[in-house]
Design a protein around this ligand. Structure first.
Ligand SMILES: [Cu+2]
Length: 149
């Protein structure tokens, strides 16, 4: 009986990578104005996709805050400029701007936040940009996101 249970649990673990697409990613920001992810591939088989943003540093959000904002690649510059003008209270994002496809709040050292969005929002062949819209951070804290098979 014990042996049967063991075999079943090993099979269950082995089945996870084969049958479930990874529909989430963790992006970790630092006190050095960097994060550890430059490219995100979103599988078409995901209905929803979740981004978990973490801040591994110790600096407060007023000084070294980070968020994660998603737009089409072509919208990245105007959206980041407009976001900067919104201030920290608005997470440096204009929520009325339809070009913002998804975003987290601004977090400081030791904090985290997540955002989940519908994969149906993404079009195949379109390139998307993700970035931190905290003033000045977009030049370094930026990457590309694509819909893949
Ligand atoms: Cu930042």
């Amino acid at each position: 009986m014990i042996r049967k249970v063991l075999v079943a649990s090993v099979l269950a673990m082995a089945a996870v990578p084969a049958f479930a697409a990874d529909c989430s990613v963790t992006v970790t920001g630092t006190d050095q104005m960097t994060w550890d992810v430059k490219n995100i591939d979103v599988s078409k088989s995901c209905k929803e996709f979740t981004v978990n943003l973490k801040h591994a540093g110790t600096m407060p959000k007023q000084v070294m805050g980070h968020n994660w904002v998603l737009t089409k690649a072509g919208d990245f510059q105007p959206v980041s400029a407009e976001g900067m003008a919104q201030g920290l209270d608005k997470n440096y994002v204009n929520d009325a701007d339809a070009r913002v496809l998804a975003h987290t709040k601004v977090i400081g050292g030791g904090e985290s936040d997540s955002v989940t969005f519908d994969v149906a929002k993404l079009a195949a062949g379109e390139e998307y940009a993700f970035f931190c819209s905290f003033p000045g951070h977009f030049s370094i804290m930026r990457g590309t996101l694509k819909l893949v098979d």
